[in-house]
Design a protein around this ligand. Structure first.
Ligand SMILES: Nc1ncnc2c1ncn2[C@@H]1O[C@H](COP(=O)(O)OP(=O)(O)OP(=O)(O)O)[C@@H](O)[C@H]1O
Ligand SMILES: [Mg+2]
Length: 235
């Protein structure tokens, strides 16, 4: 979504909010650059009477800590713990929350936070300033149930728009299973993305799926998703 929007002239800030970060690879940043990716430092917040605030502007943070990937997507990495037994990432969640607050929501600006599967980003309020949450699920009951819980937390956090994205859908039966689950739980489905054999081939070749085969089956629904939900209906 990030790259497809950037190709279309959007200024895209992608934040890898997974503490086991891999978004760079998905964006097509080569694996050898991954080992020296900058990570957000833990001293970007100061406490004021108005609450926690960033010590630098977002532009300053981007110029010192972002990496520009293919199609001009700017990437910030929330955390990448290097040592065991060194504590939690609470302050990094608080930092990312403020970065999203600071991110511009002008018409051609998009900020995408890729989270891990845990509900931390919702229970800690990291995603408080997001307009939209897309819960990527696979067509199995446990995954759908996880998505349902995420959607409930996102609603609780007050996010305006929440939906499921069904990924790796192999056939009609799986499609129907997702639709039935969604309608039973009053959930919206933002997109159905088919299982796409070329993703594994792309990974083996060390390239992003988008570079490996832009015509592959999953790309068109992801493109449509990006231009509808990814721009919060602005496009
Ligand atoms: N539509 C698809 N068809 C086939 N393979 C896919 C599809 N989407 C993702 N994959 C593959 O599934 C694996 C997991 O994908 P990805 O890293 O995007 O998922 P994730 O849920 O974010 O995982 P994690 O929780 O580790 O971050 C990757 O190897 C990816 O190439
Ligand atoms: Mg992931």
């Amino acid at each position: 979504m990030a790259r497809l929007l950037a190709r279309d002239g959007y200024n895209v800030l992608a934040i890898d909010g997974d503490s086991n970060p891999n978004l760079a690879l998905t964006l097509g940043i080569p694996a050898d650059r991954m080992s020296h990716m900058p990570v957000l430092p833990s001293n970007l917040l100061r406490r004021t009477e108005a609450g926690a605030q960033l010590t630098h502007t977002l532009e300053e943070i981007k110029s010192s800590h972002s990496v520009t990937g293919p199609d001009g997507v700017e990437l910030l990495v929330m955390a990448h713990p290097q040592h065991a037994d060194t504590g939690c990432l609470c302050s990094m969640h608080a930092t990312v929350r403020r970065i999203i607050e600071a991110a511009s929501d002008e018409d051609r600006d998009v900020c995408i936070l890729d989270t891990e599967a845990s509900p931390e980003h919702l229970s800690r309020g990291t995603a408080s300033y997001a307009d939209v949450m897309l819960a990527v699920v696979e067509p199995y009951f446990k995954s759908l149930e996880t998505g349902r819980r995420m959607a409930a937390l996102a609603n609780d956090l007050g996010l305006e728009r929440v939906a499921l994205v069904a990924n790796k859908v192999r056939d009609e039966r799986e499609m129907e299973a997702v639709q039935t689950f969604a309608s039973n739980h009053d959930l919206e489905i933002a997109a159905m993305v088919p299982f796409d054999e070329t993703f594994a081939l792309a990974e083996r070749a060390g390239t992003a799926p988008l570079d490996f085969n832009p015509e592959s089956a999953a790309i068109a629904p992801i493109n449509e998703l990006a231009h509808t939900w990814g721009t919060n209906g602005r496009a």
